[in-house]
Design a protein around this ligand. Structure first.
Ligand SMILES: NC(=O)c1ccc[n+]([C@@H]2O[C@H](COP(=O)([O-])OP(=O)(O)OC[C@H]3O[C@@H](n4cnc5c(N)ncnc54)[C@H](O)[C@@H]3O)[C@@H](O)[C@H]2O)c1
Ligand SMILES: [Zn+2]
Ligand SMILES: [Zn+2]
Length: 394
């Protein structure tokens, strides 16, 4: 089959790889009909190079049709229409039972001291072949495949794989009081969807910060108070105070992560990590502050005293300098982590109706065949041509 494979820093190719087969009785194989390209894939494309191997199949936002099931699969039948959450979780261990599917004790990657396996996500997370491919093997398929109704186009349900539950969890973790305010850093797919969900769930003031004009305009059109960081690098706090009774936002969501704009020194360290031989580069990740922290620091600055910081953007450094004094003095609650996708899918599914309150039907800006993956990754990274959310149709 054809699949999008990682080749080298900033290089992906569509190559022929073996068709997946049932390996465990709890597996299913799906024929992929749509598959998202995510901001998390961009980290693999560029800075997470030391953790990738040439030929890794990318992608963790797939949906499709069940093609085959193992002998122990009870809930699925060939022909079912399913969305696949990006975490691989068993559904019956201690952590799955408490709604922490991203920490599933059955699939934890213990050799790397990591949480649950993920599709298409580095050797840190099990090097499991991903969903930007014609077919996908789904482990623990009874739990790891969410059945969705026939009828509407794929876009209606596709984002249950990642964007919707991730943004939902970001808002849940932000603890925005009824009628309160939230400031969201990053208006990519995750941040923008978090803004939509925050409004849907009753936030009165939603402030969105980004540096890309099209993205700011997109959020503004949906009622977000947008701030262009390129124009307000020096007076961001004053602008936020003017919108929040001089206090700062009740909650801040960091939907940017490790590749934030505006952190020159760290960009050099990330570049070094991306070009060094793997063993040395892993050392850099372990000993230098590799994450670009501009967005995180601004979130800490603009959240009010006693407020909540919800970090959904991905960070990977182990020696990042964090302002503990400010966090402590302002008494900020911090919640973060990979989305526990399956925890939220049943809550969100009833919102995926013809009324489309979250605007999923026209969320994507680009649809492409798998063959165009090299161009898609480049477009999405450079944010050229208004690329906001790209969906592959294998
Ligand atoms: N926690 C999870 O489970 C989970 C799931 C999916 C994605 N993610 C992470 O969420 C983040 C966002 O994902 P996405 O798909 O929306 O990616 P994206 O790259 O499209 O969006 C990031 C946005 O942040 C903006 N930005 C950059 N620097 C900024 C700054 N200093 N201040 C404000 N905005 C800034 C960029 O212009 C861009 O619009 C990524 O780090 C991704 O890895 C986490
Ligand atoms: Zn994703
Ligand atoms: Zn589990």
């Amino acid at each position: 089959m054809k699949a999008v494979t990682w080749q080298a820093k900033r290089s992906v190719e569509v190559t022929d790889v073996p068709d997946p087969v049932i390996e465990q009785p709890t597996d299913a194989i799906i024929k992929v009909t749509s598959s998202g390209l995510c901001g998390s894939d961009l980290h693999l494309y560029e800075v997470m190079t030391p953790f990738m191997n040439q030929g890794n199949v990318l992608g963790h936002e797939p949906m499709g049709i069940v093609q085959a099931v193992g002998s122990d699969v009870k809930n699925l039948q060939v022909g079912d229409r399913v969305v696949i959450p990006f975490n691989i979780a068993c559904g019956s261990c201690f952590t799955c039972d408490i709604g922490m599917q991203s920490q599933c004790e059955t699939t934890q990657v213990k050799s790397q001291n990591r949480g649950a396996m993920m599709f298409g996500y580095t050797k840190l997370y099990g090097e499991v072949p991903g969903g930007q491919a014609e077919y996908l093997r789904v482990p623990h398929a009874d739990y790891g495949a969410v059945k969705v109704p026939e009828g509407p186009a794929d876009d209606r349900f596709l984002y249950l794989s990642d964007v919707l539950p991730t943004a939902w969890q970001a808002v849940e973790y932000a603890h925005i009081p009824a009628g309160g305010s939230v400031i969201i850093f990053g208006l990519g797919p995750i941040g923008e969807m978090a803004a939509r969900i925050a409004r849907h769930r009753g936030a009165e003031t939603v402030i969105g910060v980004d540096v890309v004009p099209e993205r700011l305009a997109r959020s503004k059109a949906r009622g977000v108070h947008t701030i262009d960081l390129t124009k307000h690098e020096d007076d961001l706090l004053e602008v936020v105070h003017s919108l929040t009774n001089g206090r700062g936002a009740d909650a801040a969501i960091d939907a940017v992560g490790m590749e934030a704009h505006g952190a020159g020194g760290t960009k050099l360290i990330q570049h070094a990590a991306g070009v060094l031989p793997d063993a040395l580069a892993e050392k850099v990740f372990q000993t230098a502050g590799v994450d670009r922290l501009t967005a995180l620091l601004a979130a800490i600055e603009t959240v009010r005293r006693g407020g909540t910081l919800s970090i959904v953007g991905l960070y990977a450094g182990v020696a990042d300098p964090i302002p503990m004094d400010t966090l402590f003095d302002k008494q900020i609650t911090v919640k973060m982590g990979q989305a526990n996708v399956r925890r939220w899918t049943d809550t969100i599914l009833p919102l995926l109706t013809d009324d489309d309150p979250l605007g999923v039907d026209d969320f994507a800006t680009h649809r492409m065949p798998l063959a165009d993956a090299p161009r898609a990754y480049e477009l999405f990274q450079k944010k050229d041509d208004g690329a906001f959310k790209i969906v592959f149709h294998p």
